[in-house]
Design a protein around this ligand. Sequence first.
Ligand code: AKB
Length: 313
Amino acid sequence: MHGPILILGACGQIGTELTLALRERFGNNRVIASDIREGSELLMSSGPFELLDATQYEAMEKMAVKYNIEEAYLMAAMLSAKAEKFPDRAWHLNINSLFNLLNLARVKKVKKIFWPSSIAVFGPKTPKDCTPQTTIMDPTTVYGISKQTGERWCSYYFEKHGVDIRSLRYPGLISWRTPPGGGTTDYAIDIFHNAIRGKEYTCFLKEDTKLPMMYMDDAIRATISIMECDPHKIRERSSYNIAAMSFTPTELAQTIEGHIPDFKIKYKPDFRQAIADSWPNSIDDSMAREDWGWQYHYDLKKTTEEMLVNLRS
Ligand code: AKB
């Protein structure tokens, strides 16, 4: 039987879906959700919940001991657009929460940990197309700098302290259950909410801005799959590139128009354009495929269908 699992930042976009998926897989009571605020009705009613600030080491340690936690997922983070507005808060949250979890694993209070990185670790000098696993990384955003630093710490704790850390560089994630907040790729979700309400959408990125994206079900499957992988197969202890699809706002709008012919979009780029321009167009995930069998299931067409069906119901 699987030991108890702790989710830190369980009420956010990824945390909510991950908690629900793990509860379905291992049983509701084996997955302890925690966050600094309460989450959706479904999350709160489906299993244990604890108020917990991931930047507080003692509180995290107390929780690990209370539930005899075996593995923990740290999903609390401030995303790219918001982090540009609050650099100090972003650094504090993104780095100290990771440090706490790494230290908790170092003293063996948890056995295995997951921490998400992002395509934001790359920057303007990184090759844009089919960005390799190992390449130039010169992030120009607060969020990207925190993720790149985090990756180095993950690798360090694995090498020096034998911490069993697993990590993925998520692209923009598209989901319908929980709203995103503060990201640059959020347009790819907002657009669906406007489309189903028959509203014109004003996109904050330029029409030809191509970014790597993934449907949430694929991201959750990738996360669970790397956590279940035999440790000897994991060659990369900083973070793995993973990929599914890449598209521009125009391509997404055209796919939506295939279902909602009178859907309208206009473009009014803001400060998020500079963030998007510094990120890759597409990602080479061959190492994840080779090491632990990663393969996406959802392309743009299938993602669009799923988003429209679920948001309508
Ligand atoms: C963001 O837009 O900040 C995130 C990310 C790509 O990590 N979705």
